[in-house]
Design a protein around this ligand. Structure first.
Ligand SMILES: Cc1cc2nc3c(=O)[nH]c(=O)nc-3n(C[C@H](O)[C@H](O)[C@H](O)COP(=O)(O)O)c2cc1C
Length: 185
């Protein structure tokens, strides 16, 4: 796939199924993440891979978090089912260090760039993906269940898998350049 075609046409897929990327493909996807721009070479990120039993574990963690938050039975069930929306989830964590010379926002942005790079790598390998956050990205129970520090920030749960055969490429949003671009001249 041509790089520009990828950059201009990638889209997210909310419905994903098995098969997940194979081991060598997953490695390629992760390596693409590691090429994210990174001010100061701090590599302020961590990738937690969930597949098979890992998806079950993530489901248990989400359900326990919903229980911990006294959510309704219905919402607990929704939390429990969420990770089954894809056969592979990469939980992308910013391990930004507030004492580093580089501001935390830049470290978080860098980690965000890893997510986009991994989405694009997955797309170019023929897989679909969806970057999700939601309340579980901002929940101390989840951080602790994933052995993260309180200061670690989940930047996204990157859902990856095969697109449904009947999926139709969505109409890409129309975003006129003039709405977003101005020239300092
Ligand atoms: C930081 C971040 C968090 C997101 N979280 C969610 C989410 O929780 N649920 C959701 O439906 N879309 C979420 N999205 C949006 C989707 O990943 C996707 O970009 C959106 O559906 C538009 O689709 P497109 O990528 O095909 O333009 C998030 C995007 C970003 C950048």
């Amino acid at each position: 796939m041509q790089a520009l075609d990828l950059l201009l046409n990638r889209y997210s897929s909310s419905r994903l199924q098995a098969p997940a990327p194979k081991a060598d493909e997953l490695e390629t996807i992760l390596k693409a993440g590691l090429r994210a721009p990174d001010h100061g070479n701090l590599t302020p990120w961590k990738f937690i891979i969930s597949q098979d039993v890992g998806i079950e574990k993530l489901s248990q963690i989400f359900e326990a978090a919903a229980q911990d938050a006294n959510e309704s039975e219905e919402d607990q069930q929704r939390a429990k089912l969420a990770p089954f929306r894809a056969p592979l989830i990469i939980t992308v964590v910013s391990t930004a260090d507030a004492n580093a010379k580089i501001p935390v926002i830049e470290q978080n942005i860098s980690t965000g760039c890893t997510v986009h790079a991994m989405e694009m790598a997955a797309y170019s390998l023929g897989y679909g993906s969806m970057w999700r956050t939601g309340k579980w990205a901002y929940n101390s129970f989840i951080n602790s269940a994933l052995n993260l520090k309180e200061s670690d920030q989940i930047i996204g749960f990157l859902y990856i898998g095969s697109r449904l055969p009947r999926e139709r490429k969505p109409d890409l949003p129309h975003r006129p350049l003039e709405n977003y671009v101005e020239y300092l001249d």
